[in-house]
Write a protein that binds this ligand. Structure first.
Ligand code: NAG
Ligand code: NAG
Ligand code: NAG
Ligand code: NAG
Length: 509
């Protein structure tokens, strides 16, 4: 049980664990924001528990407006009223008509405020007026410096209501009063550093907001408007600055794993500047893992090898140019579909010599076609599993036995990849480990859902449609409440079995 419990933690943190060797344990740093799809991401709820400067957790600025001279609430504002600087601050707030006023607003902790309540200071450069609303209230105000009292409730809004176009408001920091003079050297909250301590590798993919392939705009980065410590937010297109990622790796003593955007040519300015920055600033005892994009697509393509090999060349050259050992750069080819491992040589050709390690999803129990020859947890969520009379008495031991058989099969498979790769002189790395939790659930669209559906009958005769298998039909009509109750009584044991299976699966983790 202890082992299973640990595996659960491992999966929650989504770690990368090189398999089968006495090997370092890594952490996939989780996303900094959770986009709220219904609001186009603008009300994204964002963590506020990582950076000392809370403003690094802010949503990107957007426009709001209200009637001129009004003290009422700000509402939607037209985007044309604002022009932008590359660092994400408004360059200018323009007046579009004589009866409205406009502002730029950014939110911290919208939907998920995790900062500590207390005294803070807000510092800014430039000339203008900054106001606050929500959890933050201003207790004293001077040029470029506001004293704030922040409570912990539902987040706060920061508004730039006036900005001088020749010297615009920028470089906003919101830090605990006690950190006013030290935060430049301590960009991370102590409680966050404590959480990250002890991991050997930190994979920054989600902090860098890298995903997709060469056609995805997210994979195209420009040196001129990259994320820097001066960026308004780290939730912008480019995510966190190189500087702060390298600082984190150096501070906690972990090797950084960077996911890299497309480098159009060997002299791509962004790719070369990043590689040079890391070579010159990463602590000398650290290595750096590099991956092109976020895992290779699940089909054979020459795009992936070509681009991975190009960034490998750029990074090794940058380390060599700085007079450093280019072997400190560990080039990783990541495959979501490990079945491609046998084809590595044919896709990379002679360039395979540039690849140091291959990374795969190391979870067990996944329902994936390429894993179809081993037991998977998908069984648990099949409509028939909980319904099968022989599973009515399923207990924790039986669930753990099924999980173990899945672990054994995964071990055999991972070991075969490990052997193949070792024969080629490459390491195998798992970018994810533990049970595939997405499959650890009893069927939801099944009898328990039908039970809830039928329970909803209010007047009779009552027809319920949208019933799921294993119900004998997708629609049922009940002439009376007694008839409905008889059906509920009949399906109750089956529905209960599904709820029970869920409980067992939770316990097994
Ligand atoms: C804007 O800033 C410039 C340069 O600092 C200054 O000369 C000018 O007076 C400012 N404008 C306003 C309206 O304060
Ligand atoms: C940004 O603000 C900090 C703290 O207020 C200050 O030390 C720094 O010089 C400012 N940077 C720029 C580029 O204005
Ligand atoms: C190696 O990669 C380069 C570009 O990165 C490409 O031009 C070359 O064709 C590749 N060689 C092989 C054998 O695939
Ligand atoms: C049907 O079941 C509900 C809930 O158990 C109960 O309150 C109701 O009296 C039953 N109706 C009949 C007609 O048995």
């Amino acid at each position: 049980m202890a082992g299973c419990h640990l595996a659960w933690l491992v999966v929650l943190l989504a770690v990368g664990i090189p398999l089968l060797e006495a090997s370092p344990t890594g952490l996939n740093l989780p996303r900094l924001d959770v986009a709220a799809p219904h609001y186009g991401g603008s009300w994204a709820s964002a963590s506020s528990a990582i950076f000392t400067n809370l403003f690094k957790h802010s949503t990107p600025f957007e426009c709001q407006s209200r009637g001129k001279g009004s003290t009422g609430a700000w509402g939607w504002g037209p985007g044309e009223a604002l022009t932008w600087r590359p660092d994400g601050y408004p360059a200018e707030i323009r007046s579009l008509n004589s009866w409205s006023e406009y502002c730029a607003v950014a939110r911290v902790g919208a939907g998920a405020a995790y900062y500590a309540a207390g005294k803070y200071v807000l510092l800014y450069s430039g000339d203008g007026k900054v106001t606050l609303e929500g959890d933050a209230s201003v207790t004293a105000e001077g040029p470029g410096r506001l004293e704030l009292s922040i409570k912990l409730a539902a987040g706060f809004a920061v508004r730039i209501v006036r900005t001088n176009a020749t010297n615009p408001v920028r470089n906003i920091s919101i830090v605990p009063a006690a950190a006013e003079f030290s935060f430049a050297d301590t960009p991370y909250q102590a409680s966050f550093l404590e959480l990250v301590k002890g991991f050997d590798v930190l994979r920054f993919a989600w902090w860098q907001r890298i995903w997709g392939d060469a056609r995805n705009p997210q994979m195209l980065r420009s040196l001129a408007d990259r994320a820097t410590p001066a960026s308004a937010t780290y939730l912008g297109k480019d995510g966190v600055s190189w500087q702060d990622m390298v600082t984190l790796a150096n501070q906690v003593g972990a090797d950084p794993w960077f996911n890299l955007p497309l480098a159009a040519t060997d002299s791509d300015p962004y790719a070369n500047a990043m590689a040079t920055y890391v070579a010159q600033n990463l602590a000398p005892e650290r290595r750096v893992y590099i991956e092109y994009g976020f895992a290779a697509p699940g089909w054979m393509t020459t795009e992936y090898p070509t681009n991975l090999v190009r960034v490998a060349r750029i990074w090794r050259a940058a380390f060599a140019a700085a007079g450093l050992d280019s072997k400190r750069v560990v080039v990783v080819a990541t495959y979501e579909v490990p079945a491609w491992i046998p084809y590595l040589s044919s896709t990379f050709g002679a360039n395979i010599s540039q690849v140091d390690a291959v990374a795969v999803v190391g979870s067990y129990g996944s329902y994936r076609s390429w894993n179809s020859n081993r037991p998977c947890f998908y069984e648990f969520s099949s409509n028939t599993f909980a319904q099968d009379p022989k599973n009515a008495g399923i207990d924790l031991d039986r669930v753990l036995q099924l999980a173990r058989s899945s672990v054994i099969h995964a071990d055999v498979l991972h070991n075969s990849w490990h052997q193949r790769l070792r024969a080629m002189g490459k390491r195998l790395i798992a970018v994810q480990a533990g049970p595939d939790r997405s499959q650890m659930a009893a069927a939801y669209y099944s009898m328990r859902q039908n039970y809830n559906n039928i329970l909803g009958c209010k007047s009779y005769p009552c027809t319920r449609s949208g019933l799921f298998p294993p119900a004998s039909s997708s629609s049922m009509t009940f002439a009376t409440e007694a008839e409905r109750n008889a059906t509920l009584a009949q399906i109750w044991p089956q529905a209960q079995n599904e709820w029970r299976l869920d409980e067992l699966l939770m316990q097994s983790l």
